[in-house]
Design a protein. Structure first.
Length: 355
């Protein structure tokens, strides 16, 4: 999950959350290779920031340290012989770098090579956040980037809580209880008024006032017959979808009336492990990822849902799809750009075009 300015919040099969700061050289390289126009600082323009970088020591990169999990920040004015100064272009030279122009590949219009990425583009770790008793299961960030939600693997209610973190202070802002087993996925509504969570206990929960003691707006026990793997909000927050590993009715849609009630389901869908509404479709089209690694596009016509296409199996993943994310800024009418992550340890980027 990304949080500005230039921070990455990550979680893995461990008990801590890690905060990484985007290094200056990463941002500069991205600007050189793309039209991203990333700002190097939240407080000054790029020209003034680069001038300051020339005058001070940090270059905003890091090097991976042996026998530790933390990336160490590096600077322009390092001591002679620092391994981060190795430049194969000057044939086994470790001459100290005095200016930004000495850094190899920085101004080239081509992807940097591995030694540059390892020595200058690693994201330095700035902080760890502790709070869970077991390994992290999932992570979510609010759309205004103010709050972070995390949950851990658990087989009892006490440890199945969701911890809310304040992204400014990086301190705990609240805990949300209610699930009996591990929370498998969470998503903030687009207006950040509610947090939707689903879990292995086969229920979904809507949390309000999540920044304090929390308030359960509504919950639905036994919403599915098997573990619920995924959930997602439609663009207008008037409907959300849940997906499970059931053999039938694996996808269910919930709409708010007096309360949130099931509006429809897809009987033909089965073994769904990831789900996402297509942006800009008003909640009338979803992309489902299955435990077999396949993608299926479902569209609603009148009151029924139909599979309108399935991705070529040769392009699909080799194991369960665990996450789907659309790039809304690069998506156009009838064409969408997305990334997917899978249990096969791969991340793939697709463009889907519907005629």
């Amino acid at each position: 999950s990304m949080s500005p300015p230039f921070k990455l919040i990550s979680a893995a099969d461990e008990k801590v959350l890690r905060i990484f700061d985007a290094p200056y050289l990463f941002n500069k390289t991205a600007n050189e290779l793309t039209s991203a126009n990333i700002r190097y600082s939240a407080t000054m323009d790029n020209e003034n920031f680069e001038r300051k970088m020339q005058e001070s020591s940090p270059i905003g990169g890091s090097i991976s340290q042996p026998l530790t999990l933390m990336n160490k920040s590096v600077s322009l004015k390092e001591e002679e012989g620092d391994p981060s100064k190795f430049n194969p272009e000057t044939f086994l030279s470790n001459k100290p770098l005095q200016t930004l122009t000495d850094i190899p590949y920085l101004s080239r219009k081509e992807p940097p090579q591995e030694h540059f990425l390892n020595n200058f583009a690693l994201w330095p770790e700035s902080q760890k956040m502790y709070g869970h008793a077991y390994e992290i299961q999932c992570l979510a960030v609010s759309h205004n980037f103010r709050f972070i939600a995390s949950s851990a693997k658990s087989n009892r209610p006490k440890d199945s809580c969701i911890i809310i973190w304040d992204s400014r202070s990086l301190k705990e802002a609240g805990k949300l209880f209610g699930h009996q087993l591990s929370v498998t996925q969470m998503e903030f509504s687009h207006d950040d008024s509610m947090l939707l969570s689903v879990g292995r206990d086969r229920q979904w929960m809507l949390h309000g006032e999540y920044w304090g003691s929390g308030k359960i707006v509504q919950k639905r026990q036994e919403a599915h017959k098997r573990v619920i793997w995924a959930c997602n909000w439609a663009d207008d927050d008037k409907i959300f979808v849940t997906a499970s590993r059931e053999k039938k009715d694996s996808i269910k849609f919930w709409r708010r009336r007096e309360e949130w009630e099931m509006e429809s389901s897809i009987p033909e869908a089965n073994n769904v492990s990831a789900i996402k509404f297509f942006p800009g479709t008003g909640g009338r089209m979803v992309l489902a990822g299955t435990e077999e690694g396949d993608f299926v596009v479902w569209a609603r016509t009148n009151s029924s849902w139909n599979a309108i296409c399935k991705l070529n199996p040769n392009l699909s993943h080799g194991a369960a799809i665990q996450k789907i994310v659309f790039n809304k800024r690069c998506s156009k009418k009838d064409q969408w750009l997305l990334a997917s992550g899978s249990a096969d340890r791969s991340v793939r980027i697709f463009t889907i075009t519907l005629q």
